[in-house]
Design a protein around this ligand. Structure first.
Ligand SMILES: Nc1ncnc2c1ncn2[C@@H]1O[C@@H]2COP(=O)(O)O[C@H]2[C@H]1O
Length: 165
């Protein structure tokens, strides 16, 4: 499912032009790794096409990222190494912007910092909302399976009791 997260919505036209002017286009083939768990991330990535998987060390996928998503914002905000890896699932393109350039611009233009952090906050809030919806859907599916299982056992028990001696 494509998501509706677009950090660009919170930025001005001049912010976007600046990001475009300093960003470098990066292309990944399917299977190529953008982020490795435990290794620091020096850039912020704006996905412009394609699809990436966010995966745990055991290979299980916890999320998918698409056009309009940002990658590396957790390292940007927290300065901790990532706990997950991010791997392209199809040919993917993105704009890579070195964190240092963004921090320098914050110094030169504090209003840009305010807009940027607000846009990131909205983006992260939307991502959390989606995660909550996914957890809720998984819990409901689990409940549905448990109920179906219970009903099947009850039917079996009735059958067994009826056909007993
Ligand atoms: N649960 C998640 N849902 C969506 N994206 C995630 C999730 N966890 C990590 N990421 C992305 O994967 C990136 C890994 O590097 P960062 O921690 O810097 O930033 C992280 C986010 O951009």
């Amino acid at each position: 499912m494509q998501n509706a997260r677009y950090i660009a919505a919170g930025l001005s036209d001049s912010d976007m032009l600046w990001l475009l002017s300093v960003g470098k286009l990066r292309r990944l083939k399917a299977g190529e790794r953008l982020v490795t768990a435990g290794k620091s991330v020096a850039d912020l990535f704006f996905v412009t096409s394609g699809q990436l998987g966010v995966v745990l060390e055991d290979g299980s996928r916890v999320a998918q990222l698409h056009t309009g998503d940002v990658v590396g914002e957790m390292s940007f905000v927290e300065r901790h190494s990532p706990l997950v890896s991010v791997i392209a699932e199809e040919p993917t393109e993105m704009l890579a912007i070195p964190r240092k350039l963004i921090l320098d611009r914050f110094e030169q233009e504090p209003v840009f910092a305010a807009r940027f952090y607000r846009a990131l906050a909205v983006f992260l809030s939307e991502r959390l909302r989606e995660t909550t919806a996914a957890v809720k859907a998984a819990a409901e599916e689990e409940q549905r399976k448990l109920k179906a299982d219970k009903a099947a056992r009850a039917r079996f028990t009735r059958l067994f009791v009826r056909s007993g001696p």
